[in-house]
Ligand binder design. Structure first.
Ligand code: 13P
Ligand code: SF4
Length: 310
C-alpha cells in the first residue's frame, strides 16, 4: 500500500462508511489500541461484541476472540486483521482429546476459559474469563464436581482461591510461562517499593510473588488506583501502552523472562498490524466464521457466563 497513506484517517473513514466497530485487546500494538472504539480484557470485549449495533466487527485480537464475537453476533461480519493470529493456550486443548477427557468424568460440569476454540466452547457448560472465573465457580453449589480447562495455571489459582477441587486440563499460555521467579526477586531487591502485578495465567511460583493478580483490565485498574509509583508487570507487554498513557508519572517494569532470547510479546497477538487492520476493513477479509451447529452449542455457555457476571 501507498506509504504516504494516513492509515489512521483512512481507517476512520472506512469505519464510518461501513458502520464498523474496532474492538481491541490490551495486548495489541499501541497504534491499534489508539484507533480502537473499545479496548478491553476478554470479558469486556465479549460484552461489547454482544451489544454492538455495528454491521462489521473488526476484532483486533486473536482467533478465539473473533470466534466468540461471531458466536454472540452471528448476523454480523467479523473480521480478524491476520487470520493466523492463533493462541498457544487454545492450541493446547484439541477438542477431540478434550471430549475423551470429559467422558472420564461424566458427573462433572465443564467450565472452560474463553481462550479456547469455538468447538471446545460447544463442549462446555459455562465459559469464563480471568476476571470472572472465581465468581463463576463460587456461583455453583459447593459439592458440584467441576472440570476446568484449558489453562492449568488459572485453574490451580481458581481452585486455591475458592477452596474447590477442580479437575484440570494440562494446558498453558506460552507467554505467561516464560517469567523467571529468580529474576523477579532480584528486580524486587532493586525496586523494593515496586508492586508486582501478575496475570493468573502465570505459574504458581510467579503468582506467589504478586501483590495483585487479575485480568488485564484488573491489572490496569490496580496500577491506576494504587498510590505506589513503581510496578513490575508479569503479563504480555502490550498492556504497558495503556498503563503508561493513564499513569505518566509512574514507572512500569516488564517482569523478566527466564532466558535472554525470550520477550513478553505474544507472537499471535502481535501478528496484527495497523496496515493489516486497514486492509481487512477495506477488503472485508479475512472473515471469521463458525459453523451454525457449533454456534448453537457454544452460545449457551457464553451467555451463561455473561448472565453470571452481569
Ligand atoms: P484477559 O485480557 O481477559 O486478562 O486475557 C488475557 C489473555 O491472555 C488474552 O489472550
Ligand atoms: Fe494465547 Fe497467551 Fe497469546 Fe493470550 S497471550 S493469545 S493466552 S498465547
Amino acid at each position: 500500500i501507498d506509504a504516504s497513506l494516513d492509515l489512521f484517517a483512512e481507517i476512520e473513514k472506512l469505519k464510518k462508511e461501513k458502520n464498523a466497530v474496532i474492538l481491541a485487546h490490551y495486548y495489541q500494538e499501541g497504534d491499534i489500541q489508539d484507533i480502537a472504539d473499545y479496548i478491553g480484557d476478554s470479558l469486556g470485549l465479549s460484552q461489547q461484541a454482544a451489544k454492538t449495533d455495528a454491521d462489521i466487527i473488526v476484532f483486533a485480537g486473536v482467533h478465539f476472540m473473533a470466534e466468540t464475537a461471531k458466536i454472540l453476533s452471528p448476523n454480523k461480519k467479523v473480521l480478524l486483521p491476520d487470520v493466523k493470529a492463533g493462541c498457544s493456550l487454545a492450541d493446547s486443548c484439541p477438542p477431540h482429546l478434550f471430549k475423551k477427557f470429559k467422558e472420564k468424568y461424566p458427573d462433572h460440569l465443564v467450565i472452560t476459559y474463553v481462550n479456547c476454540t469455538a468447538e471446545l466452547k460447544a463442549l462446555s457448560d459455562i465459559v469464563c474469563t480471568s476476571s470472572n472465573a472465581v465468581q463463576i465457580v463460587e456461583s455453583l453449589p459447593k459439592d458440584q464436581k467441576i472440570i476446568f480447562g484449558p489453562d492449568r495455571n488459572l485453574g490451580a489459582w481458581v481452585a486455591k482461591k475458592t477452596g474447590r477441587d477442580l479437575v484440570l486440563w494440562n494446558g498453558a499460555c506460552m507467554v505467561h510461562e516464560i517469567f523467571s521467579r529468580e529474576k523477579i526477586t532480584k528486580l524486587k531487591e532493586r525496586y523494593p517499593d515496586a508492586k508486582i502485578l501478575a496475570h493468573p495465567e502465570c505459574e504458581e511460583v510467579i503468582l506467589e510473588t504478586a501483590d495483585f493478580i487479575g485480568s488485564t483490565t484488573g491489572i490496569l485498574k490496580y496500577a491506576t488506583n494504587s498510590p505506589a509509583k513503581e510496578f513490575i508487570v508479569a503479563t504480555e507487554s502490550g498492556i504497558m501502552h495503556q498503563m503508561i498513557k493513564d499513569n505518566p508519572d509512574k514507572t512500569f517494569i516488564p517482569a523478566p523472562p527466564n532466558n535472554n532470547c525470550a520477550c513478553n510479546d505474544c507472537p499471535h497477538m502481535k501478528r496484527n498490524t495497523l496496515e493489516k487492520l486497514y486492509l481487512c476493513l477495506k477488503n472485508e477479509m479475512p472473515e471469521v466464521t463458525v459453523p451454525a451447529h457449533i454456534i448453537a452449542d457454544a452460545v449457551k455457555p457464553i451467555e451463561r457466563m455473561l448472565e453470571i457476571s452481569a
